[in-house]
Design a protein around this ligand. Structure first.
Ligand SMILES: [Zn+2]
Ligand SMILES: [Zn+2]
Length: 351
């Protein structure tokens, strides 16, 4: 049965504004329009940020009890990392290919790059040249249940550590190959080191067929893998590029980078920073941060809230093609978000 976790508006407002005098003061320095943008998201009936719902015991909240993080506890955490002048670039490292055909990988990661740059407004997001699985030198295996290829996540993090540029705020590795953290584990969606500002994430399980017998990434016959022989990755199946895959990838990537900023799982409202145990639960998350997490992000990045909304809307509405590619950006899955952003950006700023 479904459980709704609804907080009184006053409690949400105090999680947003905080109870500390100096932080209430900085809140008061937001323009009237910014306060409106923040506060209307707290009200019942907000289309994007409804109360959190728990659908079953396998959902995140029942299986991982966590304390809610309000703005004050985020702000006063001395260990969180904040971008600064020497470190304000997010680097994305693609590992292996995405989709089939020449140029598709480049196009896909360019869409992800643009989305992250709008989402983390004020930071620069750069792509490192894609690398093959072989060049990471990482250990791999065939999963004995799902019979697909998997890469060792911890070894990929070691690889990324060597690749991290000096001016990086963080480096994130992305791949369409499934990951595992250690031999005894079935799989992992991703793994991160928050203190070192890096993470690696796989979108393999976002393929609509992943959990079916039809999944094309299943190896047909038992093959004997030779350590260090990466030929098995040549022509290995990767999910087709669809709007749903792009939407899921954008949400995962922004969620995970959110953790690198020190934002914990959100328990306030439906929010992209909610924890998730399984695909159906990830799909339930809205694409954006709730007002409380938005203030955390705003305080780390210093953007004007309306400018960030405009940048996200611009990304959805504008086709940017790179290197002469003419593959249309599949944004159907973003249409609900687009409509919401249109309402948010409709009123011209009074100042
Ligand atoms: Zn998370
Ligand atoms: Zn939130």
């Amino acid at each position: 049965m479904m459980q709704v976790i609804e907080h009184p508006v006053e409690k949400l407002r105090s999680a947003l504004r905080s109870t500390r005098k100096d932080l209430i003061q900085t809140y008061e320095q937001y323009s009237r329009e910014e306060k409106r943008l923040l506060e209307e998201g707290l009200l019942p009936g907000s289309p994007l940020f409804r109360p959190v719902t728990v659908h079953s015991d396998s959902d995140w909240i029942p299986s991982h009890p966590e304390a809610p993080q309000d703005f004050l506890s985020f702000y006063s955490n001395p260990y969180r990392s904040t971008p600064n002048n020497g470190h304000k670039t997010i680097y994305i490292q693609t590992i292996g290919s995405f989709g089939e055909g020449v140029g598709i990988t480049e196009q896909y990661v360019e869409w992800l790059r643009g989305y992250c740059q709008a989402f983390y407004y004020g930071l620069v997001v750069k792509l490192l040249p894609p690398v093959t699985v072989a060049s990471t030198g990482c250990t791999f295996r065939v999963n004995s249940n799902t019979h697909n290829l998997q890469l060792h996540a911890g070894e990929l993090l070691n690889f990324l550590k060597k690749k991290k540029p000096k001016d990086a705020f963080c480096i994130v590795g992305i791949t369409m190959i499934d990951l595992y953290p250690k031999d005894s584990w079935n799989f992992v969606f991703g793994q991160a080191s928050l203190t070192e500002g890096m993470g690696v994430f796989s979108f393999a399980r976002y393929d609509d067929d992943f959990y079916t017998r039809n999944y094309a990434g299943r190896l047909k016959k038992a093959i004997k893998l030779k350590p260090g022989d990466y030929s098995v990755f040549q022509g290995y199946y990767t999910p087709p590029i669809t709007s749903t895959l792009l939407f899921r990838s954008c949400k995962t990537l922004t969620h995970e980078i959110g953790h690198i900023f020190g934002i914990k799982h959100c328990l306030w409202l439906q929010c992209v920073m909610q924890g998730s145990n399984h695909l159906e639960e990830s799909d339930r998350r809205p694409p954006d941060v709730c007002p409380i997490c938005l203030r955390k992000l705003q305080s780390a990045l210093g953007f004007k809230i309306a400018d960030r909304y405009k940048a996200l809307l611009h990304w959805i509405e504008n086709e940017v093609s790179c290197s002469g590619q003419h593959l249309g950006k599949p944004t159907q899955a973003f249409q609900g978000f687009r409509e919401w952003l249109c309402v948010k950006t409709r009123f011209p700023s009074p100042n």
